[in-house]
Design a protein around this ligand. Structure first.
Ligand SMILES: Nc1nc2c(ncn2[C@@H]2O[C@H](COP(=O)(O)OP(=O)(O)OP(=O)(O)O)[C@@H](O)[C@H]2O)c(=O)[nH]1
Ligand SMILES: [Mg+2]
Ligand SMILES: [Zn+2]
Length: 301
């Protein structure tokens, strides 16, 4: 006879292997590895699952409970789910190495589609020139209403923790961004035992130890979770419709429906409310150009 079903939260996902935090075992909660019967990629960090003990140290995830949201990226061939049930997505950027604004825009659009609030964390404020070079762009995102935090995790760790802790408390926040921006540095600062925990799970799941190779959630003292994720170089939006693309541009939202043509793509049509706003400076030109490129790419599919 098989063991009864129990529930758990997925802390980490690596291929078809998962690391679970078991329900009902107090705050310290039991943790264990499990596999899934489903396809690889069906279960992600942040998922709530029901699982079963198979005996001899084996556990299997039987099903994923309904999700509040699921952040994902995609190309023409496949969709990749990143994490589920998020309160916030924190995009980690820096001037050193220079971040890609195109990738930032893509992440913001994907998050908007899932109703996930975003904030920006600009790191390496201690590196000369790193933030100065991107300051004009940070201002644009602040004026759009995205909270922007400028931090020096290495040079001013105590101040960094003090600034970010209230922002992260009690919520589940996914850190994401390009490689080398400083995501894991932040996690190690905010979750002192993160390094050890990552090592333990790396051994259990037999992954590499030094680079971030899988998505991993950590409990924050006082409540909330912080999820570290591997850096990415592409962030495809093949799963989004044209309408979802334009709604993902926050500053477009109040103007959508006000163009002369109902099916306006906001690229070259006369009487376009959005291009008028670009011309008079109330919409940032660079953001509009990035949108045009996304729209062109979507048309080629
Ligand atoms: N000077 C300075 N260096 C930093 C800061 N934050 C991170 N770094 C350095 O930047 C490098 C990359 O940091 P990581 O935290 O590993 O970057 P990551 O975003 O986790 O990268 P991936 O795991 O590859 O996605 C490391 O050498 C860090 O020491 C900072 O605020 N100031
Ligand atoms: Mg990392
Ligand atoms: Zn238009």
């Amino acid at each position: 006879m098989s063991a009864p079903l129990a529930q758990a939260t997925v802390l980490a996902a690596y291929g078809r292997q998962f690391w679970l935090r078991l329900d009902g075992e107090g705050d310290a909660g039991g943790e264990r590895s499990a596999v899934t019967r489903g396809r690889r990629g069906d279960v992600v960090a942040g998922d709530r699952v029901s699982w079963r003990d198979l005996g001899s140290g084996q556990a299997v995830i039987e099903s994923v409970l309904p999700r509040r949201n699921l952040l994902r990226r995609s190309d023409d061939r496949r969709e990749k789910a990143l994490a589920a049930n998020l309160d916030r997505a924190a995009i980690v950027i820096s001037g050193e190495p220079p971040f890609s604004e195109e990738l930032l825009v893509r992440v913001l659009i994907a998050a908007e589609r899932e109703g996930i609030d975003c904030l920006l964390i600009a790191t390496k404020a201690d590196v000369p020139g790193a933030l100065e070079s991107i300051e004009p762009r940070l201002h644009v995102y602040e004026s759009l209403g995205y909270p922007v935090f400028r931090i020096a995790a290495k040079a001013a760790p105590a101040e960094t923790v003090e600034r970010l802790r209230p922002e992260l408390a009690g919520r589940t926040t996914l850190l994401l961004g390009q490689s080398g921006m400083g995501k894991s540095t932040l996690v190690n600062l905010l979750v002192p035992e993160a390094d050890l925990a990552t090592q333990a799970i790396s051994e259990a799941l037999q992954t590499g130890k030094h680079t971030t190779t899988f998505t991993r959630a950590f409990d924050l003292t006082g409540g909330g979770r912080l999820i570290d994720s591997p850096g990415f170089q592409v962030f495809g939006l093949a799963h989004l419709s044209a309408s979802e693309l334009e709604h993902g541009m926050r500053e477009f939202q109040p103007l959508i429906g006000h163009c002369k043509y109902y099916n306006c793509t906001h690229r070259h049509e006369p009487g376009c409310a959005i291009r008028t706003a670009v011309a008079d400076g109330s919409i940032d030109t660079r953001r509009h150009t990035l949108y045009e490129q996304l729209r062109d790419a979507a048309r080629e599919r």
